[in-house]
Ligand binder design. Structure first.
Ligand code: ZN
Length: 343
């Protein structure tokens, strides 16, 4: 029977368990998190970040063949490296382990796959869908890893030393998400929020995934937590932070509209109190704001409001919201600049 393709070390660190009582082939039942089951059940409703790309590979550890979703093939043409073997330069974004022995990263790649990859990565070979590209996928610290399972092992070793690092947990979640393993991703994102409720990026991605499977109340909750945690979140450049907030706001707006207001568009008074942030809920009716559900930029002023002091880092020319007093959001602040030009 095929196994669940989960790294035992992941379960061990997530559950804070000893290695001795750990199975070599853990199942998805062991993954902690309240969204794991519904995400697994609704996997087909989720848009993969990278299209499925099933290939037949041979596991060199057990000698058995299997079909795996390898994702995007990324060819590193760094000349200095001068590899002995061409296959050592190819990264794959898919997350997969041997279906039979659960080993990872010990693959024999068929020659036709290597030929196809090299050819389609060339600029001339780019007709039709693109399943390979030239470049490098690097982790947040600049390190290069061949298989996603190698990158995972690297991050898990960092987490073994420092299990409270919610940022590294978030990066790990991104690997699984991109690797087309949403059940692993949500479990890890949920864990990152459990140890640090201010992990803004995890709130955003959870909100996005839950919205795709139509779990609107929970999606809304995470998007609003994203807004409330944004001001204190330091791990993302301000312009990029504003972009994810605006995307979350746009989805919040659509969900609010779709549910006839059942899903609150902005954080409620209770949510604000629980977050420890100062200020009252934002009353949009008192602000001269124009928002358009088909234009994510129109949500920038609200995004900047929630960014508080972090909005000051946005280059002045790109700012959309002027705050007299950035330490709190005031209802009386009507002087919101209208956008000067629209796209
Ligand atoms: Zn194997």
């Amino acid at each position: 029977m095929p196994n669940s393709q989960i790294n035992p070390l992941l379960i061990q660190i997530l559950l804070n368990q000893e290695t001795s009582n750990m199975s070599d082939c853990p199942t998805t039942n062991l993954l902690p998190g309240k969204y794991v089951k519904t995400i697994l059940q609704n996997k087909k409703s989720l848009n993969p970040i990278i299209e499925e790309n099933n290939q037949m590979l041979i596991c060199k550890s057990c000698g058995r063949k299997g079909k795996y979703d390898v994702g995007m093939l990324v060819v590193n043409v760094d000349k200095e490296k001068n590899p002995d073997n061409i296959s050592d330069t190819i990264q794959m974004t898919g997350y997969f382990r041997c279906k039979h022995c659960n080993d990872a990263g010990n693959w024999e790649l068929p020659t036709n796959l290597l030929m196809f990859t090299m050819f389609s990565a060339l600029p001339l070979g780019n007709s039709g869908q693109k399943q390979s590209t030239i470049g490098k996928n690097l982790l947040f610290d600049g390190s290069w890893h061949r298989y996603t399972t190698d990158a995972e092992e690297y991050l898990l070793n960092l987490l073994k030393e420092n299990p409270q690092d919610s940022y590294v947990w978030n990066r790990l979640g991104n690997l699984y998400h991109k690797g087309n393993r949403p059940e692993l991703a949500v479990s890890v994102f949920e864990h990152s929020i459990l140890i640090d409720p201010g992990q803004t990026e995890s709130h955003f991605t959870l909100g996005d995934m839950l919205a795709q499977i139509s779990d609107l109340p929970n999606a809304g909750y995470h998007f609003r937590q994203m807004l409330l945690s944004a001001e204190a979140y330091k791990r993302m450049p301000a312009v990029k932070l504003r972009e994810i907030l605006a995307n979350g706001l746009l989805l919040l707006f659509l969900m609010h509209d779709h549910t006839n207001g059942e899903v609150p568009f902005l954080p409620t008074l209770d949510e604000i109190k629980a977050s420890g942030r100062k200020g009252a809920p934002v009353n949009l009716a008192e602000m001269e704001l124009e928002i358009f559900p088909d234009d994510v930029d129109s949500f920038f002023p609200i995004a900047e409001m929630y960014m508080g002091v972090r909005a000051k880092e946005i280059p002045i020319r790109e700012k959309t919201f002027n705050m007299m007093n950035s330490s709190k959001i005031s209802l009386k602040q009507k002087k919101v600049k209208k956008k000067k030009k629209r796209k």
